[in-house]
Design a protein around this ligand. Sequence first.
Ligand code: GLC
Length: 461
Amino acid sequence: MEQDVNRKEVGTVKHRALLVAIGLLGTVALVASLSVAAAGTKAPARAQSATAIQPPAVPNAKALKKKYGGVSITFVGDAAVGQSHKRDQMLVKKFSQQTGIKVKLVPHPSASDASYSQLARNFSSHSSAIDVMMLDVVWPGAFAPFLVNLKPALGKQAKLHAAGIIANDTVGGKLIAMPWFGDFGILYYRTDLLKKYGYKSPPKTWTQLGAMARKIQAGEKAAGNANFYGFVYQGKAYEGLTCDALEWVASAGGGDFISGGKATINNPRAAAILNLQRSWISQGIVPRGVTSYDEEGARNVFASGNAAFLRNWPYAYSANQTTPVKGKFNVTVLPHGAGKSVGTVGGWQLGVSKYSKHKPAAIEFVRYLTSPAVERFDAIFNSNVPTIPSVATDKAVVKANPYLKPEIAKVVRVTRPARFLKGKYNQGSQIIYQGINQILNGQNATSVLPSIQSRLNRLLR
Ligand code: GLC
């Protein structure tokens, strides 16, 4: 399928500056505050529920079968990140069985920016090959011209979702996507190792994380694990690194890359925290291989018992339950420097292509996937952040997702600079992650940041 789409490539999409709604991205943080009311602070009793839970029934399935039975649609869904692809398979199977609508499930490339390029090619060739697709939270404006307005069919259901995300997915008054799940960066840590090395609580600052990582690594290496590291994260030159670096820089008081339409990334606080991250690699606290780790690359090191700390999204919580670190880890907010702890806002939406030949059936599939019952299933099965506040306060959801505890969920959310870069977001993010990746690979931040800054400013003009 990816190849099908590639073959139809006719050039790059001319993005229109329709990213106004992205300006509202900050309000996505609302979900957190909306969703924590009943979260409580009890320790997570993560149960068999995740493995036992099944996809919910499709409401109105009989009527849908009558109308659309036999129709075939293609859904470009999640990559094999944790249990995400498996979740999609289960939901697709249920939906198809009950409605007779056939859904061809195609995983998108695991890097968000590669996934963006795939869709850009598809849309620019006016291809009908994709009916329903996942859309990253930073894209709605860029792709709005190619997406069906879901407001007439799904406007009522949209009211169940947090208003901030609906605003993010509304461009020029049109609801061009429905929220699928949210995301924000959190710290995973080994509870057993913290205890073993005399630490009562996880690190609050980056300096503390460095010190703890160093001590735990030295001890574990001396005990015979030569492959043990202190800290792992997403250091590859791709969208994920933009997210991680934003957390480092913002939590160090170095701003959020672009402010008031001007690049701000070239500042001493940003340089200091980036050089600190670089030094951890040269000292071996962070593996050199981190510069090629994506979400799963980093998670696998932690999950196999070879790292004390991991930065990742909430999906990793359920994914880690079937690994050797089950029962030996917990989550908390990311550390901070001169600023506060923050988490980068992520998350995915579902859209229907304007070029789809089966829009009504495609919309019914989106209705099912973005319903409260399916979000509840996703939150328990795949520990994804619900975008529906009533789901986020559901007892079983709260039990399965300790990051919903107020002290974690209320962390300051930082947003990538999509509202400034608009249709050029992907290009801007590429400038950022390629530059940061060079720093991690050994260049001094003070020599890289000026060129990131001037290139961003050129893009912003
Ligand atoms: C997660 C986030 C998404 C982000 C991506 C980066 O999938 O939900 O917003 O772009 O990670 O790797």
